[in-house]
Design a protein around this ligand. Sequence first.
Ligand code: HEM
Length: 335
Amino acid sequence: MKKPVLCLAVAALSAGFTLNANAQATPGQIVSALENKFGVYPGERRNHTKGICFTGEFQATPEAAVLSRSPLFQGAVIPVTGRFSQAGGNLHIADHTPNGHGMALRFTLPDGQLHQMAMLDLPFFDVATPEGFLQKQLATTPDPATGKPDPAKIQAFKQAFPETQRLAQALAGQSRIPAGYHRLTYNSINTFILENADGQATPVRWSFIPGQDKPAYLDPEQAKSLDANYLLQALQTQLKAGDIHWNMHITLANEGDQLTDPSQPWSGAHKVIKAGTLQLQTVDTSADAACRSVNFDPLRLSDGVKASDDPVLQARSPAYAISFGKRSQEASQQQ
Ligand code: HEM
């Protein structure tokens, strides 16, 4: 006999809208909600639709090999296929729109295995669950009658998912308009488990910190006059002028840190190691650039790095697969 589900849900009642924070979003519902909110650009990603492909190289430090037996961290020079992106499904979003930004990496390891990461320039995530992600898309979808999201739906969403206030407060008053993709810090946000050659497991989160110590974000007034695609120009200019690199820092969890909720930052002093350097080599704007056909599923990992039980991390893989399947089919029909 099936047991009844004990529902301790936070039910938000606001102007007639009720949201159940304990409902279980499916990956298909999430992708449909993204399509409904942003529209569909055939052959393109359903989220992080506007992006730029690049190539690079990664080399780990000896300290990283102490934590993980992955070939990624044994010190070899590893070729990288990468992609910078604007969050959301708008292919034509102007670069000076305040937004989240991504850096996705595919490492081709010496033994031929692939290892992937897809990170954001946010310190932590706004929602704790896939249901929160789904409800956010639904609440922020423009109402066809007004062309704007319904404030009552947004209010109901905030009440049902109060964790969103944490990120809102952390970012309050900050610009989210980048000076360049090369100036941003990208964070894993979700927790992963490193395993070393002795089988010792260490829960971690990581960050890619830009080598350039220059302001990451622009004053919104200053940004107004910029071209809608200035992020590509900024990358190309910096690449001609010299070096673009990031230092990978791995933060080790303290006892009691949240391992399964990406909306909770790890606060206080932590052990952090410098794990490696990512050097950007080329930016590729061609129609057949390598990253276009990559599914940067963050659960494609090599032995020595495991996913945590974070439900947001676990939901990403099937959602990316649905988006990838749709866009691959559309792309093949366009040929
Ligand atoms: C439930 C939570 C999430 C869902 C449902 C989701 C969904 C998606 C989908 C459908 C795509 C497009 C995939 C493709 O067509 O290749 C995507 C791209 C991406 N997501 Fe997520 N995402 C979630 C959370 C996150 C988080 C927590 C991060 C970062 C820590 C993140 C970073 C990215 C990045 C960087 C891309 C672009 C990858 C690329 O350039 O191909 N997402 N996401």
